[in-house]
Write a protein that binds this ligand. Structure first.
Ligand code: DAK
Length: 258
């Protein structure tokens, strides 16, 4: 496995865990850390033994945003040449389920990182927000787009303009997170859910994710056509035969992801 400086990567059965690990700066995302997160996600995505990925933060936060010290002197040409957005795009292209387990602050780039996850479990003490406006900038790694698609224009504008934090309860109310749990059981509950997913037919998980992400971007008819192709494709899998035969034979299906 690759050696990492700012994240901890480990596995437990079929679940891959990525933990942001700069607790002394509330897991502020420096460039190396973002590269490491993507590298670890892609390694898990390629690993046939891993069925789902859980992303979390160590210490008292998920992540308090991009590292302000690192970007304070940036200029547009340097940003263009660094092409850091490329890494964020790669996060959005992970095929396996990615579940974020958020506690404490998820601000700015930290919130954008959470929004790259497919599902979010939040501790009751989680705190989401886009404080970029107080720094004289705005979200640039998908925040204005992903938040708007989740909660609608008017609420998203309120949060992005004010830059104030959103409580975990509000995040649940507006469909930003899936579940709210007590901080002490956040990892346990998230892992339990990930294990449930790990038992499902892997190709179905993958093509459902692809189809749902498509729905966010395209008109209904185009999305339906895309869905249909994926539906046909699953009938070419051994798992479709296994799943249906198992039902008929009244036994548990044994999925292989093929
Ligand atoms: N960057 C660097 N250091 C940070 C940090 C951050 N974002 N957030 C916290 N820290 C550091 C603090 O400086 C402090 O360090 P020391 O003073 O101990 O050395 C340590 O973490 C503990 O923080 P505090 O002492 O401030 O803790 P408090 O509980 O009092 O306050 C806080 C917690 C989260 C309210 C506060 O730390 C805070 O306001 N942090 C900044 C939050 C913020 O503005 N985040 C948004 C940053 S803008 C991009 C992609 C994405 C982005 C940019 C570019 N490209 C692909 C190019 C995203 C931009 C952003 O996220």
């Amino acid at each position: 496995m690759t050696e990492y400086r700012f994240i901890v990567v480990n596995t437990d059965g079929e679940i891959g865990f990525i933990t942001l690990n700069r607790p002394e700066v509330l897991n502020a995302l420096n460039r190396t850390m973002v590269t490491e997160i993507v590298t670890a996600m892609e390694e898990f995505d390629r690993n046939n033994n891993i069925k789902a990925i859980v992303l979390s933060g160590s210490g008292r936060a998920f992540a308090a945003g991009a590292d302000i010290n690192e970007m304070a002197d940036d200029d547009p040409i340097r940003l263009e040449l660094l092409n850091q957005f490329h890494f964020w795009d790669r996060m959005g292209a992970i095929k396996k389920p990615v579940i974020g387990a958020v506690h404490g602050f998820a601000l700015g780039g930290g919130f954008e990182l959470a929004l790259c996850c497919d599902l979010l479990f939040a501790a009751e003490n989680a705190n989401f927000g886009f404080p970029e406006i107080s720094l004289g900038v705005m979200p640039g790694a998908g925040g204005t787009q992903r938040l708007t698609k989740l909660m609608g224009k008017t609420k998203a504008l309120e949060w992005l303009w004010l830059g104030e934090p959103m409580s975990a309860k509000e995040a649940l109310q507006y469909g930003v997170v899936n579940r709210l749990v007590a901080p002490e059981v956040l990892m346990e509950e998230t892992t339990r859910f990930a294990r449930k997913l790990a038992k499902k037919a892997p190709l179905s998980l993958r093509l459902i994710k692809e189809s749902v992400l498509k729905a966010v971007d395209v008109p209904l008819l185009e999305g339906m056509q895309f869905e249909r192709k994926n539906f046909y494709l699953l009938f070419a899998s051994r798992d479709q035969k296994e799943g249906m035969n198992a039902f008929i034979e009244k036994r548990q299906a044994n999925f292989e992801g093929r």
